[in-house]
Design a protein around this ligand. Structure first.
Ligand code: PLP
Length: 452
């Protein structure tokens, strides 16, 4: 890596990365001309690829008209059009759209709307929002209280109202068959047990990532899980919130991941792929039956300055139009199947790949020291950092987290943009193979030659 001068910027760590010069399609170039394949669409954000000319043109057109109009002073065509489009894509009945600028803001909005709804309808004793462990719902303190990822939450525990957690349905770790409906019911019923333990009359909502994101590494729920969760929430008047911050926008092979199971949540949130990195944007989409009582009771006591700003909304609308015009959701299904089977193919060469999972182009693989028991690699290897760095050096960007609630285990998200071609998949697998070979050698892990 190049030596760099002192920076006045800071993020989570002292890690320095090359300076980005340019990005186009699935590729990015640093200022020294080195090319990277964006194999994780940033943080699963740039779903339509970089520098899409249609989106850039739509943003330019909006900039010529106005870049900001404060929502208490003006309505804008861009926000209105995008709200109409988002409501048309959401399950029937979810037709009220509240704009924000990112995922954490969307999560905060959802739990505050849920809370105000119960207060407005005489159920003020409901305040607990149940979530899963592991999970990721954002970095602000409200969203963090729902997040199940110990290293991120522990320092802030005294500052947060603890929210109850149930285990995420990690059948692959528990030796259960995810294709069996009983497996889905086994995990979903943990929600009902927890609701009853907490006192159903105190539970406000359950929040779930329909397909897991960074914290679980693309965890797909077992059969029967999502439908049973819906039934349980309905039975106990608990609001169901689908956190589609990462899955929304086509990444799993449907515009919203909940469509795979035909489940309608009460509140749906979307962010990353919504404006695909062209502008900070997110939304909460809620059932009118939840929004109206809140507005009648004096209004939704919540909001952000940049909400619904026309430039972000114009970008968001153009992104969705491009997804539709180029048939990107279909491509995601097709290329996702190919990439997943190629990743599964790597398990022969690298016996330390314990699991490959995901849907569409939300895919991940997990490294272990023993496939039979799914025992993680020794923590000191720091595989989740090391392999990402090796891949970066080789010109491939992937995304990683520790699998077991952040405490140990290593998984890697391979989530290239939804415009990825079959040739690009070949390139991703070549770069990954090169990187895994180097990593295996460094960590003294076995590699089987292809002939073996
Ligand atoms: N919810 C989910 C499922 C996410 O994956 C993320 C971010 O990774 C968030 C919420 C928080 O989004 P943001 O980082 O935009 O605040």
């Amino acid at each position: 890596m190049t030596t760099k001068t002192k920076s006045h910027l800071f993020y989570q760590t002292r890690l320095r990365r090359p300076t980005l010069a340019q990005a186009s399609g699935i590729y990015m170039w640093d200022v020294e001309g080195k090319r990277y394949l964006d194999g994780s669409s940033g943080a699963m954000v740039c779903n339509i690829g970089h520098s899409n000319p249609y989106v850039l043109e739509a943003m330019r057109r909006q900039m010529d008209k106005s870049t900001f109009g404060y929502r208490l002073h003006f309505e804008t065509e861009a926000a209105e059009q995008l709200a109409t489009k988002a409501a048309s894509l959401a399950p029937a009945g979810l037709d009220k759209v509240f704009f924000v600028s990112g995922g954490s803001e969307a999560v905060e909005s959802a739990i505050k709307l849920a809370r105000q709804f119960v207060v407005a309808t005489g159920q003020g004793q409901r305040w607990k929002v149940i979530s899963r462990y592991p999970s990721y719902h954002g970095s602000t303190l409200g969203a963090l209280a729902l997040t199940g990822y110990t290293p991120m939450t522990a320092p802030f525990d005294p500052m947060m109202r603890q929210m109850p957690k149930i285990p995420a349905p990690r059948a692959y770790l528990d030796g259960l068959d995810p294709s069996k409906i009983e497996t889905g019911h086994h995990y979903a019923d943990m929600l009902e047990t927890r609701i009853l333990e907490e006192g159903a009359e105190t539970v406000l909502a359950f929040i779930v990532e329909p397909v897991g994101g960074a914290s679980t590494g693309a965890l797909v729920p077992p059969n029967g899980y999502m439908a049973r969760i819906r039934e349980i929430c309905t039975r106990h008047n608990v609001l169901l919130i689908h956190d589609e911050v990462m899955t929304g926008g086509g990444r799993t092979g449907r515009f919203f991941a909940g469509e795979h199971w035909d489940v309608k949540p009460d509140i749906l949130i979307i962010s990353k792929g919504f404006a695909a990195g062209y502008a900070p944007l997110g939304a909460m989409i809620a059932d009118e039956a939840i929004v109206e009582p809140v507005l009648s009771a004096g209004g939704f006591i919540h909001g952000y300055t940049y909400a619904g700003n026309p430039l972000a909304c114009a970008a968001g609308l153009a992104v969705i139009e491009e997804i539709e015009a180029q048939g990107m959701v279909k491509n995601t299904q097709r290329i996702g199947r190919l990439l997943k089977s190629e990743l599964e193919g790597l398990m022969t060469r690298y016996p330390f790949i314990g699991d490959v999972r995901g849907m569409g182009l939300l895919l991940a693989f997990e490294l272990v020291s023993d496939k039979a028991t799914m025992k993680p690699l020794p923590k000191e290897i720091n595989a989740f950092h090391r392999l990402v760095d090796i891949a970066h050096d080789n010109g491939l960007i992937i995304y990683s987290r520790r699998t077991r609630g952040g405490l140990e285990g290593d998984h890697f998200l391979v989530c290239p943009p939804m415009i990825t071609t079959a040739d690009n998949v070949g390139e991703i697998i070549d770069l990954l193979t090169r990187s895994l070979d180097i990593f295996a050698k460094e960590a003294s892990l076995p590699v089987r030659s292809n002939a073996a």
